[in-house]
Write a protein that binds this ligand. Structure first.
Ligand code: MG
Length: 369
């Protein structure tokens, strides 16, 4: 990890996030899908999990990591298309190459379609707002090049730190270009739901809302100690509510992934036993992700048969997962889709990769009543 830029040094951090990435790639490559509710998944008649949904499909409440059958029920007019992992990975590389060309090599790619761009070194002296505004031409250029050369839409947020930059890129999606000025920071954050703060997951949100804290403004005004609600993350949550975020950009080696595997004493094809094993692995991985404040964009299954044939298959989702039941559900689905258990297994392995910072305040499993 690189040294943190000092808090005293005003920074400009563009955050680039492709709009409905996987679904948009499909709509670009198949013009008949444009304007239609596209759901990247297996058909709703089969067991499966949604990888991504176009904006048209999101209007029906379709979200990634949701069972395909639920998506089909919410959105009967949905067009289900099968994912093309290789095409999506290639597209991601092409986009990040464009960003590097335009912005220099200092980018922190945080997922297949998302990156922070480090440009503080080139920001001119002057007021923080002037520095932010000086990054506007670069942001416009990146958006224009991605549109021209990849026929895809990127949203970009410009702000002095990662927390705000990510919120800014999300603010008026799709096709967003939002700059959060120094004088606008507090007003920008106040009305947002607590869930929009970096790392506030579903569970944390429930706890905060039960305590009457619905918006970031509520958190700012809260007089009590947030530790009573969210444990040791309280102080950091409070700092984030006041947009204080000095997390540095990390240009170092990304953590590749974590995995768990079991080798069986005798080869096994008994489904309940394999499912129980997978569930334990999913819980172990979810625990590690939570402790490291990470979530995963890709779930991978490894199997080895009695004759040592080894197969690895994976599946990516647009909104990263952290919970054991989501990882388990994705793992089960990869096993089924790829027919990986067509003979007894010697080894079953579950892994997650595409790790990104997230869920900073996913609650500890035990917290004060
Ligand atoms: Mg995106």
């Amino acid at each position: 990890m690189t040294a943190a830029a000092g808090l005293s040094e005003p920074r400009v951090i563009p955050h680039l996030d492709m709009d409905a990435f996987y679904a948009s790639v499909e709509q670009r490559d198949q013009p008949a899908l444009r304007g239609r509710p596209v759901i990247v998944s297996s058909p709703p008649t089969q067991r499966g999990v949604v990888g991504a949904a176009s904006y048209e499909a999101r209007k029906f409440g379709v979200r990634s990591a949701m069972p395909s059958v639920t998506a089909g029920r919410l959105c009967p007019s949905g067009v289900f298309v099968r994912p093309r992992m290789e095409a999506d990975q290639a597209e991601s590389r092409a986009i990040m190459a464009l960003v590097r060309q335009g912005a220099g090599k200092h980018i922190q790619q945080v997922s297949v379609d998302e990156a922070y761009v480090g440009i503080s070194a080139r920001a001119p002296a002057g007021s923080p707002d002037a520095r932010l505004e000086s990054a506007l031409p670069l942001a416009r250029e990146l958006k224009a090049r991605i549109r021209q050369e990849r026929q895809l839409i990127a949203s970009i947020g410009l702000a002095p730190n990662k927390l705000l930059a990510k919120l800014a890129s999300d603010f008026e999606k799709p096709d967003d270009l939002t700059l959060i000025r120094e004088s606008e920071k507090v007003a920008f954050l106040r009305p947002l739901p607590v869930r929009s703060l970096h790392g506030v997951g579903r569970v944390t949100e429930e706890v905060l809302v039960r305590a009457g804290l619905r918006t970031v403004g509520d958190l700012q005004d809260h007089r009590g100690d947030l530790r009573a609600l969210v444990g040791s993350w309280g102080p950091e949550l409070k700092r984030f509510a006041f947009e204080q975020d000095d997390r540095p950009l990390d240009f170092g080696e990304e953590v590749k992934g974590i995995s768990s595997e079991n080798t069986f004493l005798r080869d096994i094809d008994d489904r309940p036993t394999l499912r129980a094993c997978l569930w334990e692995q999913a819980q172990e991985l979810a625990g590690k992700l939570t402790r490291h404040r990470l979530s995963a964009g890709t779930v991978q299954m490894n199997v080895r048969c009695g004759d040592f044939t080894t197969l690895t298959r994976q599946w990516s989702v647009e909104e990263a997962v952290q919970e054991a039941r989501e990882i388990y559900r994705l793992g089960c689905w990869v096993l089924g889709r790829e027919k990986l258990v067509n003979r007894p297994l010697r080894l079953l392995g579950l892994g997650v990769s595409g790790l990104r910072e997230a869920q900073a305040w996913q609650l500890p499993l035990v917290f004060p009543a």
